[in-house]
Design a protein around this ligand. Structure first.
Ligand SMILES: [Cu+2]
Length: 292
């Protein structure tokens, strides 16, 4: 090896060691676990579907990082290795068939693998069963929501339902650990039923019924829901709440509703706060907002 070449290799080696050391140090100093690091910022959802999407996300980011590191490495290597030393033009390579085949085939293979895993996760998330434990009819309208417990009728034969108003945020009470189907209808324009903690939304379209299922809700709690499709003046105020309670509390809630109790009264009866905890009603009176 000629002397200046070995000096160059030594410098490159030092730079590489430095970069590796910096990466290791930042990982240690940020104090995050391997599990957390591999989430790559993916939020923790409340359904098994959210975790299945997380797997797809982790796989995609790892694949992107592998490609990224390869490309960055090649760029830096070429910048250093072929930097200008004389005014002579370096060797010009063109019509190199093996390389052209490689960079045509390799991206296609990458896309095929990403497509395969996307299709698998998407199919799992869209899976619907013949007999879910709970079926909720979701009705979107300008500008609120109605939730109908489709298999539960009260003593007068009316389906148990909760309808939101300007004064009251509609609370959709659901049991944990049960399979739930949502059947969506719209009375007017396109809305979108979105519970951010489920990491999922589905459009509510007039003239058709859209549906989806969740295998379960894994944690009790109050989770805000929103309309995710710009649907008019008060679109931003179309909030609702999913109140996930234990199956036992859910049964008692439905029993109370069947006896004629209001949403708030039935919630009180099962020891839950009667009004929404994750969001609040909005003042929809625009005339009150005029600048004084
Ligand atoms: Cu809407």
């Amino acid at each position: 090896m000629v002397p200046n070449q070995s000096a160059r290799t030594g410098r490159l080696g030092r730079a590489l060691r430095l970069a590796l050391g910096a990466a290791l140090l930042s990982a240690v100093l940020s104090g995050c676990s391997a599990e957390e690091a591999l989430r790559f910022g993916w939020p923790k959802g409340i359904t098994p579907e959210a975790e299945q999407m997380r797997d797809l996300w982790t796989g995609s980011v790892v694949a992107a990082l592998v490609v990224g590191v390869l490309v960055w490495g090649l760029i830096f290597w070429v910048v250093v290795r072929y930097r200008k030393r004389t005014d002579d033009l370096p060797v010009q390579t063109r019509f190199n068939l093996p390389i052209e085949v490689l960079y045509t085939v390799a991206p296609f293979l990458i896309i095929a693998v990403l497509f395969y895993y996307t299709a698998i996760v998407q199919t799992r998330i869209n899976r619907e069963t013949t007999n879910p434990d709970v079926t909720i009819g979701v009705v979107g309208f300008k500008w609120n929501w109605q939730f109908r417990y489709l298999k539960e009728n009260d003593k007068n034969g009316h389906v148990v339902e909760t309808t939101g108003t300007s004064e009251e945020v509609p609370i959709l009470v659901l049991p944990t650990t049960k399979r739930i189907r949502f059947e969506e209808r719209s009375n007017d324009v396109i809305h979108s039923f979105w519970v951010p903690d489920m990491l999922f939304k589905r459009d509510v379209i007039p003239g058709r019924t859209n549906s989806f299922e969740v295998a379960s809700i894994d944690r009790t709690g109050a989770y805000v829901g929103r309309c995710a499709e710009l649907c008019g003046t008060y679109h931003a105020f179309m909030n609702f709440e999913v109140r996930a309670v234990t199956p036992d509390k859910y049964d008692r809630y439905i029993a109370a509703r069947k006896e004629g109790a209001s949403t708030a009264d039935a919630l009180r009866q099962i020891g839950e706060p009667p009004v929404s905890q994750s969001t609040h009603p909005f003042d929809t009176d625009r005339t009150a907002r005029k600048a004084s």
